[in-house]
Design a protein around this ligand. Structure first.
Ligand code: ZN
Ligand code: ZN
Length: 485
């Protein structure tokens, strides 16, 4: 790259656990759990052979992934006010509830973006989340924002595999795992970010790296052994990565292998909550371990009820489900969202600013085309029209709710469609690089975008959310791979 000029973010341009616990009665209860008894249950009748206490604990996990800041109701989806009611109700009727998040919670709406995630973290505090795995989008505003949120959070951020390049140590704003004590049971939760390093802006990841593949498997196994040695009864693995395009209820080892090593299901982890791919599923792997993901963007959450025998470590999945928005969208609003919006009112005020009016419904295709044109116009305005080819990168695809209704358009609506703080960059690329798929990835997935024609985008490699839109002046033939252009 010979010349690199940046302009303001796309959006400026567009202006145009620990939980209280009570035991369900899975088996006869004859006595409360006696803390001083070591507990044994050799005949596996759910009662301690010595003190006769019920040693089977039933625990309900609720996990959210990829909320992407969807705090407020919109015309196309409910906000978290109804979800809050749903989760609070679950806690009222069952004290053995553990709330978890598999990452990508913050980036995606003005309310969340303008507070750099604080508002969502605050909401998670109100609900007593036990832990959250860091997702790639938690890095969108840099590590300082993660540290700031870590300070605000009443729960730990988890990721066993985010390492500091200088020290070769785990970064200090997250931890590999946490043990949550619930009703006498010890629940170990291990967090990991998937192999999505390349989907984070290089600027934000210069000082860190992710251990993936066999290195990650090794880390998780070691952590699992450590947790079991500490007396943990059940291990949840919370991974910011997951399956895509899987139908049915089972997943083969091969399908899993892109994000999960099946050997972890040999007793190292007992349940896996996933994220990142925004898919909705409940899958059982070849060793019987359940993998769940709730869709993302508040389209649903996942729920698993387990029982653990704390005397002999027998464990069972009693219920496992994806709870879709429809199951909670008609519940009354919990006031917590309004209270949080009030609390952060001054920071999020720009979201309500009306930036224009449209006289017809704008669907996904039209919106994307408008953006492609906008990139072009902004580039021409900045650098002149001698750069006759515009290469857009990364994620021109718009985000949920993917459309704009007719009428006044607010900054907040636009930011929900294009939440990423993209920049326009002018650079030169060699013809060879343009033709080389690998390099295209490195160059943040360039693709031709000409005025009036946003070409269909089919990524060949990992989709990049954070990208730089690149203007390239092609003065050499594409066939001449050696010449810089
Ligand atoms: Zn996501
Ligand atoms: Zn993600």
């Amino acid at each position: 790259m010979l010349l690199k000029l940046r302009i303001l973010s796309l959006l400026l341009l567009l202006c145009l656990v620990l939980t209280a616990c009570q035991t369900k009665p899975p088996v006869a209860t004859t006595a409360p759990i006696e803390p001083n008894c070591a507990h044994a249950d050799q005949n596996d009748d759910g009662l301690c052979d010595d003190c006769t206490a019920n040693v089977v604990i039933v625990i309900d996990f609720y996990a959210i992934n990829d909320l992407h800041g969807k705090l407020s109701d919109t015309a196309s989806q409910p906000g978290v006010d109804e979800l809050t009611t749903y989760l609070k109700k679950a806690k009222q009727t069952d004290d053995h509830v553990i709330l978890l998040s598999a990452g990508d919670m913050w980036q995606g709406t003005s309310e969340s973006n303008l507070t750099e995630g604080n508002l969502i973290t605050d909401w998670m505090n109100q609900l007593d989340f036990a832990a959250m795995t860091l997702g790639n989008h938690e890095f969108d505003w840099g590590e300082d924002a993660i540290e700031d949120n870590a300070e605000l959070a009443d729960f730990p951020f988890l990721a066993i595999n985010i390492y500091d390049r200088d020290t070769n140590q785990l970064v200090d704003y997250c931890q590999p795992s946490v043990i949550v004590e619930c009703g006498g049971a010890q629940i170990g939760i291990i967090g990991a970010i998937g192999d999505c390093y390349s989907s984070i802006s290089a600027e934000q990841t210069g000082g860190i790296y992710f251990k993936t593949g066999s290195e990650l498997t090794h880390l998780v196994k070691e952590e699992s052994k450590k947790l079991r040695e500490q007396g943990v009864d059940f291990i949840v693995y919370m991974l910011h990565d997951g399956a895509a395009g899987i139908s049915g209820s089972t997943i083969t080892d091969r399908q899993l292998s892109s994000f999960y090593d099946i050997s972890l299901s040999d007793g190292f982890v007992d349940l896996v909550f996933e994220g990142h791919t925004h898919n909705s599923y409940l899958l059982t792997d070849s060793k019987g371990v359940h993998h769940l993901q709730g869709g993302g963007d508040n389209k649903g959450i996942t729920h698993v009820e387990i029982s653990v025998n704390i005397a002999n470590q027998n464990r069972d999945i009693r219920e496992s489900e994806v709870v879709s928005t429809g199951e909670y969208a008609s519940l009354p609003d919990d006031p917590v969202v309004e209270e949080l919006l009030d609390k952060y009112a001054s920071q999020i005020a720009p979201a309500d600013r009306v930036v224009g009016t449209i006289n017809h419904y704008i669907g996904q295709r039209e919106a994307q085309q408008l953006v492609a044109d906008l990139y072009y116009d902004a580039g021409v305005e900045r650098w002149g029209d001698k750069y006759d080819i515009v290469l857009g990168g990364g994620f021109i695809s718009i985000r949920s709710p993917k459309h704009l209704p007719a009428g006044e358009v607010t900054y907040g609506q636009l930011q929900a469609l294009f939440p990423f703080d993209n920049e326009l960059v002018l650079c030169s690329v060699s013809g060879r690089n343009l033709r080389d798929e690998q390099s295209l990835c490195l160059l943040h997935q360039l693709r031709p975008v000409r005025r009036g024609r946003a070409e269909k985008y089919r990524p060949e490699c990992d989709v990049l959310h954070h990208c730089r839109y690149v203007y390239v002046h092609l003065c050499a033939q594409w066939s001449d791979g050696d010449r810089a252009i």
